[in-house]
Write a protein that binds this ligand. Structure first.
Ligand SMILES: NC(=O)c1ccc[n+]([C@@H]2O[C@H](COP(=O)([O-])OP(=O)(O)OC[C@H]3O[C@@H](n4cnc5c(N)ncnc54)[C@H](OP(=O)(O)O)[C@@H]3O)[C@@H](O)[C@H]2O)c1
Length: 246
């Protein structure tokens, strides 16, 4: 199998890449910080003896996405799977007052994914098989005071993926929406989260690989987040607005 991972420097993406490399998969890793991506790609090459590529990819540099994807295809020959892992939590307090921060959050989490997918989708459609997976978030299931700009971008991503799944199902292409709960990564390192609800990236990565391999539609990871979000979504708005949820 040949997998393209976008935002490959993310802690969750790295844990996924370790599992896939352990299975002998060929990986094309791309992220903004090229030096780190190249270092990690060579670590996988040495540890697992697999073929890996490292490249630069910036979700906000929309004009580069077409040439980037053509280069990926030229080097890999073909792609079976794509994992979109990049994301940006941002500063909610700033995003309420400063449009440049709000825009950055929306661009990285939503528009960046939509932009690269406009190149990936026609390829997958024509090929008639393959899997597109993207990491959304439980934050996209309901707006919360602490992170609603990020949550709204992830919510938009989840809806986009749902429609894409609907479109591509009959063409043999699977679309997997991944909704992690709290994960201990650089993204959340500064937050005071309830420890019992925080998972390790390796735990979440196992669920992601399983979901991609099985071509699942939507996974909450760890699985108990499906129940938590079911409860959170069921709380009536007049009560919900009085709660101070993270
Ligand atoms: N941690 C959580 O609790 C949690 C919960 C739900 C969902 N998620 C989602 O899980 C995914 C992985 O995040 P993580 O938790 O593993 O955090 P992370 O380690 O901080 O990874 C985020 C990655 O996003 C990349 N990125 C940021 N802006 C980018 C851009 N403009 N273009 C390309 N890449 C960009 C960064 O790449 P560079 O290093 O190259 O800059 C960074 O490696 C994200 O989509 C996140 O929203 C995380």
């Amino acid at each position: 199998m040949k997998t393209l991972i976008l935002g490959a420097n993310s802690a969750i993406a790295k844990a996924v890449a370790e599992i896939l490399a352990g299975k002998g998969e060929e990986l094309y890793l791309a992220s903004r910080n090229y030096e780190e991506t190249e270092r990690f790609a060579s670590h996988l090459r040495v540890k697992y003896g697999v073929k890996t590529y490292a490249d630069r990819f910036d979700a906000m540099d929309y004009d580069s996405h077409g040439p980037f994807f053509r280069k990926v295809l030229k080097e890999m020959g073909e792609i079976d799977r794509v994992l979109i892992a990049f994301g940006y939590l941002g500063d909610q307090e700033r995003a309420v007052r400063d449009f440049s921060e709000a825009r950055r959050i929306i661009e990285i989490n939503y528009l960046g994914a939509v932009s690269i997918l406009t190149h990936i989708v026609p390829y997958m459609e024509e090929r008639g098989k393959g899997t597109i997976a993207a990491i959304s978030s439980v934050a996209g299931d309901r707006g919360r005071g602490s992170n609603f700009t990020y949550g709204s971008a992830k919510g938009a991503l989840s809806i986009y993926l749902s429609g894409l799944r609907n479109r591509l199902y009959r063409k043999g292409v699977r679309v997997v929406t991944i909704k992690p709960g709290f994960v201990a990564t650089p993204m959340t390192a500064h937050l005071d989260l309830p420890k019992r609800l925080v998972s390790k990236p390796e735990r979440v990565a196992r669920d992601i690989v399983m979901a991609i391999e099985k071509g699942k539609d939507e996974v909450y990871t760890p699985g108990y987040w499906r129940f938590i979000m079911w409860v959170i979504k069921a709380i009536p708005e007049p009560i919900f607005k009085r709660l101070n949820l993270r």
